[in-house]
Write a protein of this length. Structure first.
Length: 262
């Protein structure tokens, strides 16, 4: 066969091979790209690689943050224990944003159900969560025995952490609301204070000697009397005029000072 004919045949063969399957180098490259699929890689595998897990820790933080915003200053801390779901919840996508949906039910401690939405890109899933919620406060308590009507100073009280079973609890949590008040009854140490346990200090007590002042226009009359009852500033009490023995209705205006109208 002539040499020219052989060259033409070889050239034709190469052209056909290239058109059908590419060169040997190009075929090897295609084989490498497809190799993962040949070893079992599927679409589900790829989706799993870009999925995120919503764990109980993430749910706990989301619910505690929600309860803190709902309870505001009434509760110091909320401790949440997730009961369900027991296993992490998978959602397609990368980072996940969790939001607790408001509930029409009372937001109180105890066993509660929450609906939490998990959003990741275009993916969205609502998770039903069952949790035990414990509410803690810093309660104000006396650190010593306080007698009735005794003035409460900063050194007489302290705060202790305690569990409450309702959000609208009756206990006092701010020391500033107690300091300067007086005990409305005998108060043992370490007993959580309620609003009814303290009151504005009495400035006059029953049996005190007080100055009775009566004013009308430019006329002012002063005399002394004995109180028949105790009172705070602004309250009305009964006093007995020491000179006449007459009982008068007077308004407490300060320590040892009352005013009457005439």
């Amino acid at each position: 066969m002539p040499r020219i004919t052989i060259i033409l045949i070889i050239g034709t063969f190469l052209a056909v091979t290239t058109a059908i399957g590419g060169t040997s180098a190009e075929a090897h490259s295609t084989s490498v790209k497809m190799k993962p699929l040949m070893h079992g890689t599927s679409t589900d595998d790829i989706e799993r690689r870009i999925s995120s897990e919503v764990t109980s820790d993430l749910l706990t933080k989301a619910i505690e943050k929600y309860l803190k915003s709902v309870w505001r200053q009434k509760i110091k801390t909320a401790q949440v224990t997730i009961l369900e779901p027991a296993d992490p919840v998978t959602i397609a996508g990368g980072s996940v944003d969790l939001q607790v949906l408001p509930s029409s039910a009372e937001d109180s401690p105890g066993r509660r159900m929450f609906r939490v939405t998990a959003t990741s890109g275009k993916s969205r899933k609502t998770i039903q969560v069952v949790a035990d919620v414990t509410a803690m406060i810093d309660a104000v308590v006396p650190n010593r025995f306080l007698k009735a009507d005794e003035l409460i100073d900063v050194g007489d009280i302290k705060t202790v952490q305690m569990r409450v079973h309702q959000v609208n609890h009756p206990f006092m949590t701010d020391e500033r609301d107690v300091i300067g008040m007086s005990a409305a009854r005998p108060l043992p140490p370490d007993v959580p204070l309620r609003q009814a346990f303290v009151r504005v200090p009495l400035v006059v007590k029953k049996g005190d000697r007080v100055l009775i002042e009566a004013q009308r226009g430019g006329l002012s009359i002063r005399t002394y009397g004995i109180t028949k009852s105790s009172g705070q500033v602004g309250q009305t009490i009964t006093v007995s005029n020491l000179d006449s023995g007459r009982e008068l209705t007077a308004k407490v205006v300060g320590p040892s000072l009352v005013q009457v109208e005439f």
